[in-house]
Design a protein around this ligand. Structure first.
Ligand code: FMN
Length: 356
């Protein structure tokens, strides 16, 4: 067996890279996350975290085909968050081509195809990670999307479907031959869900298989993790998911480390509370169909939108203050909130008690 040549240890600053003509700099990407990377949160990750690229939540091509307004709204992109990839999922090439065209009409800089989602409701329809078991269909989907749009197309995969069956290299080679411009790999198998730890050696092995840009993903939480992933795998970019939920400052710290900038001061509790409240206000405006980019804009008089926004975020709000004194106690109270005033009351009391 041939020994793998030692990778040269990359020294920060790690340079950006291009997906086709789209520059990703710094090479840190916000992962697509259903119910999390909604437009207001992506904007916070761009403004506070300074990431090089953001991804939308995955959007169902079938839902778009049937005119689902909620799905189309997930694709709203503001100039301030660019470059942005819209991620679509589905198994039918023609429906996926239509979804990709819609994504480009709505301003996608890159169209990303989801081939990594492992949840049964998605895989049952032959979409997401199910495509890893059906290379012919996977390539047909990628080809249809590539033919439909003139922006770069990327694919996000897992290592394979069944644990131990490393399907990604063969597929990625086929995608590269079709013209796919970037591959992201979450270094777990679909049947693992989120179990165990991501196996970064799979990223390194995929690196050997393709020469288009490769983004590594899985279990990166701090700047040192990102640097280690660059070093151990030879990837061009690092994608961060769970560590960023309700914590765009984690992204800022990672970006600083790979850019060779001083580590930013961690946010104070007050800053966390202010940002959480800003997130809720932006989300209410987004739900009400109003411009949501101004953090100090007025809260629209739309009780239904307010309730939807608060309910949507109440699972994520406690994470903004996790680890601070009193955080555990507010968790339950936040889970019962339905209005902005209630959230403000609960979070405000926490900041006051921590800073008398
Ligand atoms: C709440 C949640 C929602 C997710 N939704 C998506 C999605 O819509 N599309 C996708 O490709 N991956 C999705 N993922 C997977 C992430 O993009 C990422 O691959 C995974 O979390 C591993 O990265 P991490 O260890 O940095 O979290 C989701 C993950 C989480 C935790």
């Amino acid at each position: 067996m041939q020994a793998t040549p030692e990778l040269k240890r990359p020294q920060p600053p790690i340079p950006g890279f291009r997906i086709g003509g789209v520059l990703v700099d710094p090479p840190i990407l916000l992962a697509p996350m259903e119910d999390v990377t909604n437009p207001p949160f992506r904007l916070l990750c761009k403004q506070i975290g300074g990431v090089g690229m953001v991804f939308t939540e995955f959007v169902s091509a079938v839902a778009l085909h049937y005119g689902a307004r909620k799905s189309a709204r997930k694709m709203a992109i503001l100039d301030a968050e660019r470059p942005a990839a819209i991620q679509i999922f589905g198994s039918d090439p023609s429906t996926m081509a239509d979804a990709a065209r819609m994504a480009v009409d709505l301003g996608a800089d890159v169209v990303d195809i989801n081939m990594g989602c492992w949840v049964p409701k998605v895989c049952r329809t032959g979409s997401g990670a199910a495509l890893l078991r059906d290379p012919e269909q996977a390539v047909a989907v990628a080809r249809a999307v590539l033919r439909a749009v003139d922006v770069p197309v990327s694919v996000k995969v897992r290592a394979g479907y069944e644990q131990g069956r490393f399907a990604a290299p063969e597929l990625a080679r086929a995608f590269e031959a079709e013209g796919v411009a970037m591959i992201t790999i979450h270094a777990r198998f679909a049947t693992q869900g989120f179990d165990g730890t991501a196996d970064w050696d799979l990223i390194r092995r995929l690196r050997d298989a393709v020469s288009i840009p490769l983004v590594g993903n899985g279990d990166v939480r701090i700047g040192e993790d990102a640097l280690r992933m660059f070093h151990e795998t030879g990837c061009d970019g690092v994608m961060v998911g769970r560590a960023a939920i309700s914590n765009p400052w984690a992204l800022a710290a990672i970006v600083a480390r790979v850019s060779d900038q001083p580590e930013p001061e961690p946010p104070t509790l007050e800053e966390r509370v202010r940002t959480a409240l800003r997130h809720v206000r932006m989300m209410i405006r987004y739900e009400a169909g109003a411009p949501y980019d101004d953090p100090d804009g007025p809260i629209p008089d739309d009780a239904a939108a307010e309730q939807r926004a608060v309910r949507h975020l109440r699972g994520q709000l406690p994470l903004y203050v996790k680890g601070f004194p009193g955080a555990a106690a507010v968790r339950k109270r936040l889970s019962e909130c339905s209005t902005y005033a209630e959230v403000r009351g609960v979070l405000g009391s926490l900041a006051e008690s921590a800073f008398p």
